[in-house]
Ligand binder design. Structure first.
Ligand code: NAP
Length: 287
């Protein structure tokens, strides 16, 4: 049942993402035409994690697909926090770089927060800085964290009205659960944030009109946790193309659901690309 293209219950992330990428491409063409500039996303990858390398490759491929350049920065696993911070500061000062992506997670000995904070807000196209997260909670105009911002675009594309709905977010990471909760709140949902210390999580999820699973544990959300008619968004990814939601069981009860793969993932990448184009437009006085 993962075939999004022909199923009215399935939110087709690939299809909606293509629309976002088309919009980004027009922005890139405008920059070339009016400023003679090709926008550039710097991608910073530290260490040898194969999944992270794959994500960076996919992001760079999407840049190329729409005529944007990317600047790959690869650093060894033994890189220190100071070395990473100074590399990111260098990119932040490089006028030919419009956006900076630091692929998460970095090796455990590095202070990831310090590295994220070296990204200047104007180039924070992945929405990872403390300033960015603060602005998201204030509902102010900012580059959103890409996964939750992509989820919001997907919900909008499927005309999901969030006002007054009970949204339950599972996970509270700084790049996913927390900004997700901020954006749902800004859209006037009533938001419950759950995490590893939450008691009886199933009983909370059963009350949800909208479920966003961002845990990173395969099939964590059981089918009978899904209230009939609920909207189910699965941001999780575990090896073997498994999401955080027991898809087949949840599908039977949901009114709308994202597949894994082909749901949230393509939206995340498309959002990153469009925000890079927007950053370049702003830096060149066109937005
Ligand atoms: P993370 O930093 O590991 O955070 C996971 C969150 O889940 C934490 O807040 C944790 O709670 C919570 N959690 C863990 N076990 C739990 C349990 N038993 N019950 C309730 N909550 C529990 O992960 P992340 O970076 O947010 O990513 C989450 C998932 O999304 C992963 O599968 C990742 O691969 C995926 N992801 C997908 C995309 C995409 O583009 N599709 C992008 C980013 C991430 P505590 O805070 O209490 O520890």
């Amino acid at each position: 049942m993962n075939d999004g293209a022909h199923d009215h219950k399935v939110m087709d992330g690939r299809l909606v993402a293509q629309g976002v990428l088309d919009r980004a491409q027009s922005k890139v063409e405008r920059l070339k035409r009016e400023r003679g500039v090709t926008p550039c996303l710097a991608t910073v990858l530290v260490g040898n994690d194969p999944a992270s390398a794959t994500y960076v490759r996919m992001k760079r491929k999407r840049c190329a697909d729409i005529g944007m350049t990317s600047l790959p920065v690869e650093m060894p696993a033994a890189t220190s926090t100071d070395e990473l911070v100074s590399e990111i500061r260098r990119l932040a000062q490089d006028a030919s770089v419009n956006g900076i992506l630091l692929q998460h997670p970095v090796p455990g000995h590095i202070d990831e927060r310090a590295a994220f904070e070296a990204i200047t807000p104007a180039k924070d196209v992945d929405g990872v800085t403390a300033t960015g997260l603060g602005l998201m909670w204030l509902g102010l105009n900012v580059f959103g964290s890409c996964t939750p911002a992509g989820i919001m675009s997907l919900l909008q594309a499927y005309a999901v009205d969030l006002a007054g709905k009970h949204a339950v977010v599972i996970g509270r990471s700084p790049i996913l659960g927390k900004p997700m909760a901020a954006m749902l709140l800004e859209a006037n949902a009533t938001v419950t944030i759950t995490h590893s210390r939450t008691r009886d999580i199933g009983s909370l999820v059963r009350q949800a009109d909208v479920i966003v699973a961002a845990v990173g544990k395969a099939h964590f959300v059981k089918g009978d946790w899904v209230k009939p008619g609920a909207v189910v968004v699965d941001a999780g990814y575990s090896e073997g193309n498994k999401g955080d939601v027991d898809y087949d069981a949840a599908y039977a009860r949901a009114s709308l659901i994202t597949p894994v793969p082909g749901g949230v993932g393509p939206m995340t990448i498309a959002t990153l690309i469009e925000q890079t184009a927007d950053a370049a437009l702003r830096q060149h006085g066109l937005m």
